[in-house]
Design a protein around this ligand. Structure first.
Ligand code: NAI
Length: 344
C-alpha cells in the first residue's frame, strides 16, 4: 500500500496556514524526517506571503484545486476549518494524494462516512486524522501500560481539556465552524477514552454546560465549560470536562481507572519539574497553551504520517476511530441542547 518508496522523501503540501497550520508547516519544513515541504495553499494573501517568505516555498496556491493539480505533491496536510475537512479530504484522495487532516474528521456522521467510502477506493493512499494525543510520549506510555494489563481491566476514563481563558474570545468567532466545545476540545478525550478502553461501542451520552465568561457563545448554542458522561457497551464509562476559561493555563489531564490500579497523565499542567517553595507557598509554572503541552506529540504525529506514506510504519489510528469520535461528540452535543441523555 505504498506510493512513495522508503528511500524517497515524501513531498508535502500544506493547506491552511492559520493558528495551527503555521506550526505544522514549520515542523514539516524543519523538523520532520523523510519529507520536504514543497507547496502551500491559503486563500489569505498574508498567509501565502508567509509560506513564500518565511518558509521559502516556491509553489504557493490560493485554492486547494490548484495545489491538488501539482504533480510534485505526494501528500497534503489539511489544517483548515473543520467544516471543510470532509470535502477537502475526499478531493485530495481523488487527486491521488495521501492525506493528513486535522481533527475532527467532520461535524456529522454522513460526511465521515463519505470520507471512509472514498478512502476505501484508494487503499494505497494513507488517510490520517490528527488525534495528536496518541503520539504524546506520556499518553503512549499510559496506553502501553493499559495494554499490558498493568492496571487490570480499565473501566473508567476521566479526561479533561481545559484552555486558559482568552479574554479576546478567539474561539467565539471560531464557534460556528468548530462544532462547539465538545466537538472541538472533548473530541480528543473521546478518542483517548475509546483507545484506552479497547474501542468499545458507545451507547449513550449525557452532557450539561455553562457559560461562565463568554456570552457570545449562546448565539450558536455553545458553552465555555461543559461536562459529559459517555456509557459504553460492557459498562465502561467516560467522564469528560472541557473548559475555555481556566485562569492559570492549559490543563489537559486524563485518569484511566482499572480493576487493579489507575494511571494519571498530565496532572496540574506543570510546565517543568521545578516546584518552588517559599513564603507564598508551594507552586510550579504552568503550560500556557495546547501547543506548548503537545509540541513533541505534534512532531511525532507528523513523523508517523510521513513514515506511513513512505511505507515504513503502518498507522494504528484509523478513519473508523475518527468516525466514532464524531458520532460520540455529536450525541454529547445533542444532549447539551436537549438536556436529556441521548443515544449514540
Ligand atoms: P485557523 O482559523 O487559525 O486557520 C484555518 C486556516 O485555513 C487559515 O489559514 C485559513 O486561511 C485556511 N482556509 C480557510 N478556508 C480555506 C480553504 N477553502 N482552502 C484552504 N485553506 C483555507 O484555525 P486553526 O485553529 O488553525 O484550526 C484549523 C484546524 O485545526 C481545525 O480543524 C481545528 O479543529 C484543528 N486544530 C487541532 C488542534 C489539535 O489539538 N490537534 C488544535 C487547534 C486546531
Amino acid at each position: 500500500m505504498v506510493a512513495v518508496a522508503p528511500q524517497v522523501a515524501l513531498r508535502v503540501g500544506i493547506v491552511g496556514l492559520g493558528r495551527l497550520g503555521q506550526r505544522h508547516a514549520a515542523a514539516l519544513a524543519h523538523n520532520t524526517p523523510g519529507c520536504r515541504l514543497v507547496a502551500a495553499c491559503s486563500p489569505v494573501e498574508a498567509e501565502r506571503a508567509y509560506a513564500a517568505n518565511q518558509l521559502g516555498i516556491a509553489n504557493v496556491y490560493a485554492d486547494l484545486d490548484s495545489l491538488l493539480a501539482d504533480p510534485a505533491v505526494d501528500a497534503v496536510v489539511l489544517v483548515t476549518p473543520t467544516s471543510l475537512h470532509a470535502d477537502q479530504t475526499i478531493a485530495a484522495l481523488k487527486a491521488g494524494k495521501h492525506v493528513f487532516v486535522e481533527k475532527p474528521l467532520a461535524l456529522n456522521v454522513p460526511d465521515c462516512e463519505r470520507v471512509l467510502q472514498v478512502a476505501a477506493q484508494y487503499p494505497d493512499r494513507v488517510a490520517m486524522v490528527g488525534f495528536v494525543r496518541r503520539f504524546d510520549p506520556s499518553y503512549l506510555a499510559a496506553y502501553q501500560s493499559v495494554a499490558a494489563g498493568e492496571i487490570g481491566k480499565p473501566f473508567l476514563v476521566r479526561s479533561q481539556t481545559c484552555d486558559q481563558n482568552d479574554p479576546e474570545g478567539f474561539f467565539v468567532k471560531f464557534a460556528p465552524t468548530s462544532g462547539g466545545i465538545f466537538m472541538d476540545c472533548s473530541v480528543h478525550d473521546i478518542d483517548l477514552a475509546r483507545w484506552m478502553l479497547g474501542r468499545p461501542k458507545a451507547l449513550r451520552a449525557f452532557a450539561t454546560g455553562t457559560i461562565a465568561l463568554h456570552p457570545g457563545l449562546a448565539d450558536c448554542g455553545d458553552v465555555d465549560n461543559g461536562i459529559a458522561v459517555v456509557e459504553f457497551e460492557g459498562s465502561a464509562k467516560a467522564v469528560l470536562y472541557a473548559s475555555r476559561t481556566m485562569a492559570h493555563g492549559h490543563e489537559t489531564s486524563t485518569e484511566v481507572i482499572g480493576t487493579a490500579g489507575k494511571l494519571l497523565v498530565g496532572e496540574h499542567a506543570a510546565a517543568n519539574r521545578v516546584v518552588k517553595s517559599d513564603q507564598h507557598g508551594v507552586r510550579h509554572a504552568v503550560l500556557k497553551d495546547f501547543y506548548e503541552r503537545f509540541e513533541a506529540a505534534f512532531a511525532a504525529e507528523m513523523a508517523a504520517f510521513v513514515a506511513a506514506c513512505r511505507g515504513i510504519t503502518p498507522l494504528t489510528l484509523t478513519l473508523s476511530d475518527a468516525l466514532e469520535a464524531t458520532r460520540i461528540g455529536l450525541a454529547i452535543s445533542r444532549s447539551l441542547a436537549s438536556g436529556l441523555p441521548e443515544a449514540v
